[in-house]
Design a binder for this molecule. Structure first.
Ligand code: NAP
Length: 276
């Protein structure tokens, strides 16, 4: 029988996941379909019960359901539980288990540039959902330093206090982060500042950026934010949000099928969608 995979979100029309996963299902000759479902907050519980009843093989969860889905699942992976968000669900003989592949997706993308984090000083800008997944996953890898800067500094403090790993992280204001930028080897921009249509905005000043730094922005629309453009002009190596998106999808696909897919092909697919 044909298997079903899905993504639940609201809105969902813009999602690139159906194209990316359907292409992989056909590449690996898996008799299955991946479908986007627009599900409101009020209907989430009913939708999850319905998908379970029809024997869905697995699904992704996106905005605004990544946290609110947790009570409706049978089991939550410990990292996803500490992050407080699920983006991938696996159905194992009727038992729905939730995982978070966003943080590991980011980390896998980083491996193209960085082999070890133990001697690296990392600054995360932002303290929202994506920052939480990245910060907790990276903290587990024990970088030399990992600090957080956020507009609302209390949220950065909360994130540090909630982290299940020992980090000795500092919470900084955006201004302080700009002034202390020369201390960091890796700078990860996780806010929506610079996203279309506000493409000229920057979260912090890059005046003190070290030219040998790696600067990541998890935004992929535009592919090169003003933040990345200025970092490149200062000589830094830059990485946009495509890698994180592609690898979180690849890790989900692997959980569902046991196949770690062709990420180069996934990236090409996503770039075509963004250009269209
Ligand atoms: P979120 O939970 O709403 O967090 C938003 C963050 O942005 C918070 O730290 C917030 O600061 C900050 N922020 C928002 N507006 C700001 C402003 N005008 N000035 C300063 N700071 C501001 O959002 P999220 O889910 O983490 O998503 C954040 C971004 O990551 C989005 O652009 C999203 O598209 C992208 N993303 C990419 C991927 C990928 O696969 N590449 C995956 C997930 C998300 P406060 O705490 O002060 O409000």
């Amino acid at each position: 029988m044909k298997k079903l995979f899905a993504v639940l979100g609201d809105p969902i029309g813009h999602s690139m996941s159906p194209s990316m996963h359907n292409d992989l299902l056909s590449l690996y000759q898996i008799d299955a379909h991946y479908h986007p479902f627009k599900v409101s907050k009020e209907e989430l519980h009913t939708a999850v019960s319905g998908l379970k009843a029809i024997g869905i093989s697995g699904f992704n969860v996106t905005v605004p359901h990544k946290s609110s889905i947790i009570p409706f699942l049978d089991e939550i992976d410990p990292l996803a539980l500490s992050i407080g968000a699920v983006n991938t669900v696996v159905n194992d003989n009727g038992k729905l288990t939730g995982y978070n592949t966003d943080g590991y997706g980011f980390l896998k993308g980083l491996h193209a540039y960085i082999t070890s984090l133990s001697d690296k000083k990392v600054l995360v800008i932002g303290a929202g959902g994506a920052a939480r997944a990245i910060y907790f996953t990276m903290a587990k890898m024990k970088p030399q330093v990992i600090d957080i800067a956020n507009r609302t500094i209390d949220k950065a403090v909360e994130l540090i206090e909630a982290c299940p790993y020992d980090t000795s992280s500092k919470a900084l204001s955006l201004e302080e982060a700009g002034e202390q930028l020369a201390e960091y080897d890796i700078v990860i921009q996780t806010t929506m500042i610079g996203m279309k249509p506000n493409i000229s905005e920057m979260p912090i000043s890059l005046k003190y950026l070290k030219p040998q730094s790696l600067v990541c922005d998890i935004i992929y629309n535009p592919l090169e934010t003003q933040f990345l453009r200025e970092a490149k002009q200062k000589g830094a190596t830059i990485q946009n949000g495509i890698d994180m998106f592609v690898y979180q999808g690849a890790l989900a696909f692997e959980k569902w099928t046991g196949i770690f897919p062709d990420v180069k092909r996934m990236r090409e697919n996503v770039l075509k969608l963004l250009e269209a």
